[in-house]
Write a protein that binds this ligand. Structure first.
Ligand SMILES: [Zn+2]
Length: 295
């Protein structure tokens, strides 16, 4: 579960929570509820935006379920799922029209749609102004009109999303990939429509190939990564980005400028004191990353 925000007093309108949980991180409150219902379920919680996750955070998941009022988060999650070939299901509401909708992006290949495929210049202008469309109705940033979604509409969208998730992962019924299902509360009409890739989409629809590295990352060299990716004979510039790790080229120890040539976690590099503590057993007093490599 990933979310950067805390519950507020008005969250009782759209969340399964009580007023006493106001101020608590949404992911913590939700995790506690899930754990109470299903003690055997393993829950991983991240309080922060999806963009702050490591690049490979979704690489092993069966599917990503997205329920955000933030277009930037939709694009970011969509881009990551595109690259990694992971299914993405996006639940949303349009309170003005009493519409609950669920979009399902299977990402089986690079030909499918993504959340950004449906965005036009006006949407990107709203994105540039960081306009937020809050469901709470009274907390609106960037000049968007206030709107309030009913709890029934939100829970309906969630139920539809879970139903699509189960069908997608288990392959039940008519394929749901690259489709949108909508329910309108004014007309009681339900519609299912295809989602198609927009050739002018601003997202990169490139599908990454995933290769598993033998052994721990800390024991691997850059050459080993390049070799594992099958790029050892490639010509030209290679950009290597390793999530939450950095390549330590050299370190100043008793013998200055000692070659290290090892990946280390980024947390160990934040400031000299932390680095010194992290590497005290090796008598490292200072570490630095190579300037020749982009991370
Ligand atoms: Zn797209």
């Amino acid at each position: 579960m990933v979310d950067p925000k805390e519950l507020k007093s008005e969250s009782v309108l759209t969340h399964p929570c009580g007023p006493e949980e106001s101020g608590e991180a949404k992911v913590v409150a939700a995790a506690r509820r899930v754990q109470a219902v299903s003690p055997g379920t393993r829950i991983e919680v991240f309080k922060g935006g999806v963009e702050a996750l490591p690049a490979d955070a979704f690489s092993e998941v069966d599917a990503v379920l997205l329920a955000t009022d933030n277009a930037a988060a939709e694009i970011e999650a969509g881009q990551r799922c595109l690259h990694l070939g992971r299914p993405l299901i996006h639940a949303a509401v349009q309170p003005e029209m009493l519409v609950a909708q669920v979009r399902c992006f299977g990402n089986e290949d690079a030909q499918g749609a993504c959340p950004a495929c449906g965005l036009g210049p006006a949407d990107y202008e709203l994105l540039r102004r960081q306009v937020a469309f809050s469901c709470a109705g009274n907390v609106v940033a960037g000049g968007a009109p206030a709107r309030a979604a009913s709890r029934t509409l939100c829970s309906l969208a969630a139920d539809l999303a879970v139903n699509q998730l189960v069908r997608l992962v288990l392959g039940l019924g008519v394929p749901v990939s690259n489709s949108i299902v909508e329910y309108c509360g004014y007309t009681n009409a339900t519609s299912v429509s295809p989602l198609r890739r927009n050739p002018d989409c601003r997202c990169d629809h490139t599908r990454f190939e995933r290769v598993r590295l033998e052994g721990p990352l800390g024991g691997a060299t850059v050459d080993a990564l390049v070799g594992a990716a099958g790029l050892a004979s490639a010509n030209g510039l290679l950009l290597i980005r390793v999530s939450d790790h950095a390549w330590v080229e050299r370190a100043n120890v008793r013998v200055p400028d000692l070659p290290v040539h090892q990946f280390v976690r980024r947390g160990a590099l934040r400031g000299a004191p932390a680095a010194a503590a992290r590497f005290s057993r090796r008598n490292f007093s200072f570490v630095r990353t190579s300037r020749r490599t982009n991370w």
